[in-house]
Design a protein around this ligand. Structure first.
Ligand SMILES: NC(=O)c1ccc[n+]([C@@H]2O[C@H](COP(=O)([O-])OP(=O)(O)OC[C@H]3O[C@@H](n4cnc5c(N)ncnc54)[C@H](O)[C@@H]3O)[C@@H](O)[C@H]2O)c1
Ligand SMILES: O[C@H]1[C@H](O)[C@@H](O)[C@H](O)[C@@H](O)[C@H]1O
Length: 335
């Protein structure tokens, strides 16, 4: 079966996901597009999916009978309304992170899906599909003994002017929030944020870099450096220290060159390239489940837990205190 997909939000990642569904993956076709900036949807239609219909609103796209499943790739604050509409229409929905910008919003989605009684939502936490993280998890699960500490870094070369301090959590750290609880098979119990000297490349509304300290139920201590004006590249680091050994996330493949009395290798600069293979695998997974009218992979529950944890981190940014994190009971649908 070919799943007929509608894409809401045709900016950077919406366009890229449309491209992979049309040109790289099996079992999906882009039949509908919508963006508040109609010119952006028209451009994606012209460049990638010439037979797709452009809809004036996301709601109309979701309701269209020719749309079997929906991709929500608009700005974060608009995700909740579209995911709820897709659930109401009973259509599988892939939602980019964040699932919602508040824990209350994510809970409304969990409640709607639980009331339906079957999974329809996959959240775009693509790192769970990354070959490096999958290999790291295998070693953490079986080789290095009980994890004790994690040292991680999430560095972007630059960010746009509208990127402000809390976005370091909602927009950036949220990937670590999800992938580290998956990696450790654990949950967070507290968060604290400390701020080093501010980089002169930052601006007045952004305190960059930041160090986020998380503690888990099992007692693992995690430090994550978020540094979004690091200049030199797009760099994702993760080291797990266990009681029997230590494991590092592999670096992306890169040729080591010796030239002009120097040894050097290139560092990626764009998230699109760093996680290109994992985006392919996550969306192939979505298409496979959507063909059966369901969803798999990171769930609304994972999106909700990430939202609760990131709200605590934002509070920790504001107060400078250690903020407790407590989770409600997980509904059986997500066991
Ligand atoms: N998983 C990842 O690594 C990853 C990478 C990039 C972006 N994202 C997420 O994807 C989302 C989009 O990010 P982006 O970088 O593509 O941003 P972008 O600004 O390039 O694109 C967003 C698009 O959404 C459109 N839009 C805004 N409000 C809308 C609405 N109400 N209805 C329809 N369209 C609307 C905008 O006009 C824009 O074209 C964000 O939530 C972001 O966090 C995830
Ligand atoms: O939306 C992007 C994307 O999620 C990237 O993976 C992350 O590194 C950036 O910090 C964020 O702004």
């Amino acid at each position: 079966m070919t799943v007929r997909i509608g894409v809401i939000g045709t900016g950077a990642i919406g366009r890229d996901h449309a491209r992979r569904i049309e040109k790289v993956l099996q079992g999906g076709r882009i039949v509908a597009l919508s963006d508040v900036n109609a010119a952006s949807a028209e451009a994606v239609r012209a460049d990638i999916a010439p037979d797709a219909r452009v809809f004036a609103s996301g709601e109309e796209l979701i309701a269209a009978p020719e749309v079997d499943a929906v991709l929500v790739t608009s700005w974060g604050a608009t995700h909740e309304q579209y995911v709820l509409a897709a659930l109401k229409a009973g259509k599988p929905c892939f939602c980019e992170k964040p699932l919602a910008t508040t824990a209350e919003g994510a809970k409304r989605i969990v409640d709607a899906e639980v009331a339906l009684g079957s999974r329809l939502v996959q959240v775009g936490f693509m790192r769970r599909y990354d070959a490096g993280y999958v290999a790291l998890k295998k070693v953490v699960d079986s080789e290095i003994g009980a994890p004790l500490m994690v040292h991680a870094a999430h560095r972007n070369p630059t960010v746009p002017e509208q990127y402000v301090t809390p976005m370091a959590i909602h927009d950036t750290l949220i990937h670590e929030i999800d992938v580290l609880r998956w990696l450790l098979n654990d949950e967070y119990v507290s968060a604290q944020v400390v701020f080093p000297r501010v980089s002169s490349h930052s601006h007045s509304q952004l305190r960059d870099p930041q160090i986020i300290l998380l503690e888990t139920k099992k007692g693992v201590r995690i430090d994550v450096e978020v540094f979004v004006n690091c200049r030199y590249g797009y760099d994702i680091q993760c080291q797990v220290v266990g009681e029997e050994g230590l494991a590092n996330l592999p670096e992306p493949m890169s040729i080591v060159m010796r030239k002009d009395a120097r040894q050097q290798n290139a560092i990626l600069t764009d998230w699109k390239d760093r996680f290109i293979a994992s985006y392919d695998v996550e969306l192939q997974d979505f298409l496979k489940a959507a063909a059966n009218g369901t969803a798999s992979g990171p769930s609304s529950w994972d999106g909700y837990v990430a939202a609760i944890s990131s709200d605590a981190c934002v509070k920790a940014q504001e107060t400078g205190e250690i903020v407790p994190i407590s989770l409600p009971e997980r509904p059986a649908l997500y066991n």
